[in-house]
Design a protein around this ligand. Sequence first.
Ligand SMILES: [Fe+2]
Ligand SMILES: [Fe+2]
Length: 452
Amino acid sequence: MRKYYEKYIDNLEQVQKLLESRPDRGMSSDRMIAEIRDNAGRRHQICCENDRLLAEILFERDPESMNRQEADDLIEFADRLFLKDGSLDTGIAHYIHRLLLAYARQTGDSDLYIRELYQAGVTLLHVKPIVLHGEVRNPFRDQITAYFEEGASYLDQYDEIANEQTRAFVLRCCEKRDEKEYLYVFPKERRRWWEDEDVTSEREAFEKYVLRGILTYHPPTYVHSQMVAWIGEMLCRRMAETMPEKLAGTMGLSDAEAVLREKERLCRCVYEGGLCHDLGKSRVLNYIGLYGRRLLDEEFACVKLHTVLGYSLLKGAGYEHLAQIALHHHQWADLKGGYPYPCDPCPEDCRMLVDIVAVADSIDAATDNIGRSYASAKTFGELAEELREGAGSRYREDVVRLFDDGDFFEEMERKLTPRRQRIYCKVYGMAGNGDFDGEYAGDSGEEEEAAG
Ligand SMILES: [Fe+2]
Ligand SMILES: [Fe+2]
């Protein structure tokens, strides 16, 4: 079993190295794209291997059939995964401690049980705080408190505990239980301006914040946001030009004529909505930055919070429509699926904007064959088929129907990949210095044919 643990750790370290590597600045765009793609492919491979490993060594583990040697090996494995500064994998460490807790309960090993109460609490504590307006909130606060309280309850029997280490764990549980705030656990180096300041309500400065923030923190999300903005704008423009009546009622525009008149304002809003739709991810970077394995259920639940977190950021900055887009972009058009759930319905005057961004989001997420390491990409044709199948339920039919027009379909298909390649090159060629502004195409955005 130990060699599998070693393999898992080795894989995590490899993924970390791959994530840190950046293409050389002087590289040709073709080479750069090939390198980014190769890097993502290798990460994907490692991730699949780790998922298989975890299934075998952990997820199918039954505490009832475990022996002491196996438990000791797991303790060692968890200790390697969890370090207070720079843990390799806190989520899996916590999972192991829960397993050990069940094992200790079942074998009646109270020393191990008390140790594991502390470890289960402390790993959860370090896992994944979420930051909103400078405040750190741990979504698992209740569970953490429960672990420490149970550990601290052994204080009553303190004198009967013979094992020195176990006594120390009881005291540590008491200490943690009495701490009111869990602020200190947020690693200092991750706390930059993004966590420390509220966004400004001044529009230009805010855009810089948004773009720079996403770019600095997570280049793949930055590329994705740029793509969703661009695709969304194309969809909105097409809709405004070919069926303006469908946009009537949006942003206070009463009829088709008003839509045509205010077309640019609508397109601009969808463009900005695309840029900001995943803004909340800047608050859950601990999770979206995990690439060495599939997310655990509770981790995925935290990623889903990006909708609510993005809403709160944008609403706080005074961007009502953008806030609605961030909040609702994962909800199905018929409101029968997606998240957040439950949730108030989107106000009618931005419903169509949300539905356009939702389709743009799916188009980019599903067809990115360059930097997405966690799924194999589809062709635009395959994706369009899926959109049609989901029209009327997951996707708004009016938006999907835009692709019934062969010319528009062909235009999107032709431009999608070169556009994405350009953005990847630009972002990965300069990731880190954060001065890449948005590129709102406006009326004359017809320039992207070349890949470089
Ligand atoms: Fe999203
Ligand atoms: Fe997205």
